[in-house]
Design a protein around this ligand. Structure first.
Ligand SMILES: [Zn+2]
Length: 245
């Protein structure tokens, strides 16, 4: 997806920030679809371009990421050029994210959970959090107005942690799967890296099983898990969702 000119900013309600193209499709693609169906404007910022991947080139992945964004109903998607496999939480990198936050001005930001097997995923959590904080400071000069998102939530699909809440993605599970399969260079059955990658059919079974697991925790068919650091605030006990008995 091409850059939105500064003179015509795309304001987003929700921005998902992730290390790699195809991360969002796996961890919160169903949630983005659900939010878009509610009429909210959604956006994705990938921090790397996937040049270190075993399969495909960064150009393949750019094309596939655009196609996935279209399937997810996302209005804006861009990739920064942080090194794939070597993302660091530096002031310079925080500033690159601040520029995007001030352009899109999202109310909610989705980050990956802070404990992860892949070091890139783990570092994006504090990097994104600190960028959200800096973005609200008037003294951090980027040539655009300060903006601090109201809410940060962490997509915790691959973390061994009890989620704070689940988003019901049941009506969107097939579309989410289609967005992941848009990455043909990564997921279509092929010889390159066949000892590292699971077959296409297996990806469907695994991702649906994970979504089923998290859905069951909240009494729905398919769900995506999130952690929020804040304690919830309740107005009316009789309107709390999810049955106890
Ligand atoms: Zn990743």
């Amino acid at each position: 997806m091409t850059a939105v000119p500064q003179s015509d900013p795309f304001a987003a309600d929700i921005l998902a920030i992730a290390a790699h193209r195809d991360d969002v499709e796996q961890t919160c693609g169903g949630t983005l679809l659900r939010m878009a169906a509610r009429g909210l404007r959604t956006a994705i910022l990938d921090l790397t371009r996937g040049e270190a991947g075993t399969r495909g080139t960064a150009e393949d992945r750019a094309r596939e990421a655009d196609e996935a964004a279209r399937i997810l109903g996302v209005g804006w998607r861009q990739a920064l050029e942080l090194p794939d496999g070597g993302i660091e939480n530096t002031f310079e990198n925080r500033l690159k994210i601040v520029r995007v936050l001030r352009l899109l001005r999202p109310r909610a930001v989705i980050l990956p959970y802070w404990q992860a097997r892949h070091p890139d995923h783990a570092v994006v959590a504090p990097l994104g959090y600190e960028a959200c904080f800096l973005s609200g400071l008037a003294k951090i000069e980027t040539g655009s107005m300060p903006h601090r998102p109201f809410k940060i939530v962490y997509a915790s699909l691959y973390a061994d942690v009890r989620p704070s809440f689940i988003v019901d993605i049941t009506p969107f599970i097939e579309q989410r799967h289609a967005s992941l399969m848009a990455y043909r260079s990564q997921y279509a059955n092929q010889a390159a890296g066949s000892s590292l990658f699971v077959p296409e059919e297996e990806i469907r079974e695994r991702t649906f099983a994970e979504a089923r697991h998290y859905g069951l925790l909240a009494g729905v068919k398919y769900g995506e898990p999130f952690v929020q650091k804040e304690v919830g605030l309740v107005d009316d006990l009789t309107l709390l969702p999810v049955q106890s008995l």
